[in-house]
Design a protein around this ligand. Structure first.
Ligand code: SF4
Ligand code: MG
Length: 318
């Protein structure tokens, strides 16, 4: 609720604060049990920072995080751990977080060593169960990270994320580095686990095709701001925000009958240390008017569960 994350910019010999990079600007959202909420936008739009802020990996500049009904940010450490264990993250490159000289089985056992009182035998069995759960085998226990393919390493990342029975997982570009066929398998695994354990996913991705296939709802971000939120169907069929319309126009369509014109945005993403006045998108918006420069559009629910922040929401631009 009301999440802001600013990174101070310091410069000069005195390291005086010179301003802030406004990575996440006043974001409020709800994630429901068992749903996948996609978060999309260009790189640098604040998607990953938002994910890390939710997990407490980044200190918030402002705002609150609620897990079920508890505000978790200000809990004492011991209390907090209970919640933190239920929230996990899967990264784009699990290889980066694996020790190349440690056998995979032992790396996974560490999770249980840290958070449970299991005996050595119990831990080994729990890891074997985990490996099987993600489509690997007992014989993989003694292998090293380099002996696995990209897809298998992502399965190991998933195994680690589900080890402590979480209810909420952030997938940050979790399949982006994989070949299309491997992507499909990993997405299928994520769906299977979601159904089995009622998992909620915050699914950060720059790939709208994957989001459309995988998610229930989509949040579109631009320059740290949320610009549109809706169900996959609503948002893909009737995008309200010009930025969403531009993003969607860039996806290849399967049908030749679909009207389809690529909307090319002018200019680059503005500097988040010095964002535009009014609507953050006005410097690149094809239908920007004077009001857009002066007034920041409010976040409005235009149709049930379909929100956007635009003075001309729903106006087609192509
Ligand atoms: Fe474009 Fe104006 Fe809407 Fe911003 S408020 S997206 S500039 S039309
Ligand atoms: Mg990112």
């Amino acid at each position: 609720k009301g999440i802001k994350k600013y990174f101070p910019i310091k410069g000069g010999v005195l390291k005086r604060k010179q301003g802030d990079v406004k990575a996440v600007e006043n974001v409020s959202l709800q994630l429901y049990e068992g749903e996948s909420l996609g978060v999309v936008g260009e790189s640098g739009c604040g998607k990953s920072t938002l994910g890390k802020a939710i997990l407490g990996l980044e200190e918030l500049t402002e705002g609150q995080i609620y897990f079920q009904d508890t505000e978790i940010q200000h809990l004492k450490r011991k209390e907090k751990i209970k919640f933190i264990k239920q929230m996990q993250m899967i990264f784009q490159d699990p290889y980066a977080s694996l020790n190349p000289r440690q056998r995979i089985g032992h790396a996974l056992e560490e999770v249980f060593t840290m958070h449970t009182n299991m005996s050595a035998g119990e831990k080994r069995q729990a890891v074997i169960d985990l490996l099987e759960e993600v489509g690997l085998k007992e014989e993989h226990f003694d292998r090293f990270p380099h002996e696995f393919s990209g897809g298998q390493r992502q399965r190991i990342g998933i195994a680690r994320a589900i080890a402590l029975n979480p209810s909420f997982i952030i997938c940050d570009e979790a399949v982006s580095a994989l070949d299309v066929s491997v992507q499909a398998q990993v997405l299928k695994l994520l769906k299977k686990l979601q159904q089995k354990y009622q998992l909620s996913y915050l699914f950060i991705s720059h790939d709208l095709g994957v989001v459309r296939y995988f998610c229930d709802r989509v949040l579109v971000m631009y320059l740290g701001n949320t610009v549109e939120l809706g169900t996959v169907k609503e948002l893909f069929d009737r995008p309200l925000h010009p930025y969403t319309q531009a993003l969607l126009s860039a996806i290849p369509r399967p049908s030749v009958h679909t009207k389809h014109k690529r909307i090319r945005l002018q200019g680059d993403l503005p500097n988040p240390a010095n964002p535009p006045s009014g609507c953050p998108f006005h410097t690149r918006c094809p239908i920007a008017a004077d009001v857009c420069k002066g007034e920041k559009p409010e976040w409005v629910e235009y149709e049930p569960n379909h929100f956007a922040a635009c003075h001309f929401a729903g106006q087609p631009i192509a």
